[in-house]
Design a protein around this ligand. Structure first.
Ligand SMILES: Nc1ncnc2c1ncn2[C@@H]1O[C@H](COP(=O)(O)OP(=O)(O)O)[C@@H](O)[C@H]1O
Ligand SMILES: [Mg+2]
Length: 250
């Protein structure tokens, strides 16, 4: 009998480019074991294209951060697969997985995690320096350009301490964009900001998405924020219960 199944990218014999940035299949996560086990994700599957701008919503404890950590290759699933551009992350060794993460993914968390006694430039450049890049004119230029994208011209030499909360979070976003990731994973990135800074961050995410084609997957518990993305994935009790295209205008 003929196999009618669509071949997975790994099975495709030709070198045609994979359509999806990310394919998540039957993802499971169990924390702990026995009586104390928490089944945090129960078979989550979805596909995610290059340059998408989407959100993940769901109540506290529904599994949003667990999902994001698995997508970000920060943690390993109990079952299922995460594939980036056809590459099964689960089949990679630790260093290869870290390499995939560093080349494809930028993270933004609720708390900015800046090093207060370092300059803005040092904070933004730190991951590149740790990865072994030279602290030279080209890195400096890339940092300036990235800070510019976030509306942070002229602050590179200031101490991170000297910035407002909203500016600090924008520096953290600049840091996430430094290696020009294909995907930004953001976990409640505006959970700590007031309304005007929240709006500013979403406008910046959107404009970076449009200008650079960087995909965004943003966890939020705020439906108003989610309404401003193109696709809303809803997690409830470890399951993906909705996956809607958002048909807003403008
Ligand atoms: N490291 C962990 N160890 C044990 N249980 C965890 C851990 N992280 C999350 N959980 C549990 O998994 C479930 C999902 O948590 P989480 O993914 O943080 O949800 P959300 O981000 O939607 O609030 C919750 O019941 C939570 O208590
Ligand atoms: Mg969370």
């Amino acid at each position: 009998m003929a196999d009618e199944r669509t071949p997975t990218p790994a099975e495709r014999p030709d070198a045609s480019p994979p359509e999806h940035l990310l394919i998540v299949d039957a993802l499971e996560k169990v924390y702990g074991s026995g009586e104390a086990a928490t089944h945090a994700l129960k078979g989550v599957s979805f596909e995610f294209a290059e340059a998408e701008f989407a959100s993940i919503i769901g109540q506290s404890g529904s599994g949003k951060s667990t999902l994001l950590n698995l997508l970000g290759l920060l943690d390993t699933p109990s079952g299922g697969t995460v594939r980036y551009r056809g590459e099964d992350a689960g089949s990679l060794g630790k260093p290869q997985r870290a390499g995939l993460r560093n080349s494809l993914i930028g993270f933004v968390f609720q708390f900015h995690h800046l090093l207060p006694e370092f300059s803005v430039y040092e904070n933004v450049a730190m991951p590149s320096l740790i990865a072994g890049m030279a602290d030279d004119a080209s890195l400096r230029e890339r940092a300036q350009e990235t800070l510019g994208l976030l509306g942070l011209d002229g602050v590179a030499d200031k101490s991170a301490n000297a910035l407002s909360g909203g500016q600090k979070q924008r520096v953290a976003i600049a840091r996430a964009l430094m290696n020009r990731p294909a995907l930004v994973l953001a976990d409640e990135p505006t959970g700590n900001l007031d309304t005007s800074n929240t709006d500013l961050v979403y406008d910046l995410f959107r404009s970076i998405n449009e200008q650079t084609g960087t995909a965004f997957l943003i966890v939020t518990h705020d439906r108003g924020v989610a309404q401003r993305t193109d696709r809303i994935l809803e997690v409830r009790d470890g399951e993906l219960v909705a996956d809607e295209r958002n048909r807003y205008l403008g």
